[in-house]
Design a protein. Structure first.
Length: 290
């Protein structure tokens, strides 16, 4: 097992060393040489010494990306995150549409308040190393967000986006949404928002739409949808839909699992944060009544 691990790291070292000499800048990845030690077991005194490369920002080859992504199946996250189911649909031209939903034991108003607290998103959304509200408007905002994930061998995957946010308190107008059926799409379709997989409800739904202004993707747009949940007024169903296309040099299959895990973690985080907010509001209300 130790020999296999050493061979794996050694192979990656050779690939990274070659890339460091020959490849142009890459918007996500930078190679940085660092020391590592491998030890087989406490009972064994044998150690092997070598080097590997940690990725932090800018160099890239397809071989490196493949080696790193295939060496790690992605973070499994918490049990709460794993309870979130994500549906993935293939789309044209190196892209995917992803759908997910969770039930939250908090009213729609509480979840809406959490997701529209743009300055505070970085306090509870995992993976956000930077979250800045560049501008605020009556029904939305412009956000700068930088996400980072561990990949393998100490590697970091980093992506930066500037997003335009639009709030629709009575649901997104149908003319702005694509009715996602099948895998075919046109350029005009891809400028529309993917429609969340939410069931019909008696009252209006509330949507927070986001679309890419600039960043490390060709396309990144979707909808957070809130509607009354199965348990009545004190519950919310939060649905999510995303259309994503990476840059042309990065095959979508290499990041699909990462995007899925990020969606699971984010929905679980919104649920946890909203339920905590609702619990604190209930405690304060009870204290006032006493």
């Amino acid at each position: 097992m130790l020999d296999q691990a050493v061979t794996r790291v050694t192979d990656l070292t050779r690939i990274c060393a070659a890339a460091h000499r020959t490849t142009p800048c890459h918007p996500f990845i930078k190679l940085k040489r660092t020391k590592y030690w491998l030890q087989s077991s406490p009972a064994s005194a044998s150690r092997r010494k070598g080097h590997f490369y940690r990725l932090q920002g800018r160099q890239h080859t397809n071989r490196i990306t493949t080696a790193l992504w295939s060496s790690s199946s992605g973070s499994n996250g918490s049990g709460a995150a794993q309870s979130v189911q994500v549906t993935v649909e293939r789309s044209a031209r190196n892209s995917r549409r992803l759908y997910a939903a969770v039930q939250i034991a908090a009213p729609v108003e509480v979840v809406w308040g959490a997701l529209t607290d743009y300055q505070g998103l970085g306090n509870f959304i995992p993976g956000l190393t930077e979250n800045r509200c560049l501008s605020k408007k009556p029904t939305g905002a412009t956000l700068l967000q930088v996400g980072e994930q561990d990949v393998a061998f100490g590697a970091k995957f980093r992506a930066r986006v500037v997003l335009n946010i639009e709030e629709h308190s009575e649901g997104t107008p149908q003319r702005l949404c694509r009715n996602d059926t099948g895998s075919s799409s046109t350029s005009a379709d891809e400028r529309l928002f993917p429609m969340p997989r939410s069931p019909p409800c008696d009252g209006p739904c509330r949507d927070v739409c986001f679309s890419l202004v600039e960043g490390d993707f060709q396309a990144f747009q979707g909808i957070w949808r809130m509607q009354q949940g199965q348990q009545g007024m004190d519950s919310c169903r939060l649905s999510y839909a995303l259309f994503v296309r990476p840059q042309v040099w990065l095959p979508i299959r290499l990041i699909q699992n990462r995007v899925e895990n990020e969606i699971k973690n984010n929905l679980a985080a919104v649920r946890r944060h909203s339920e905590a907010l609702h619990g604190r509001q209930g405690s304060r209300q009870g204290a006032r009544e006493l």
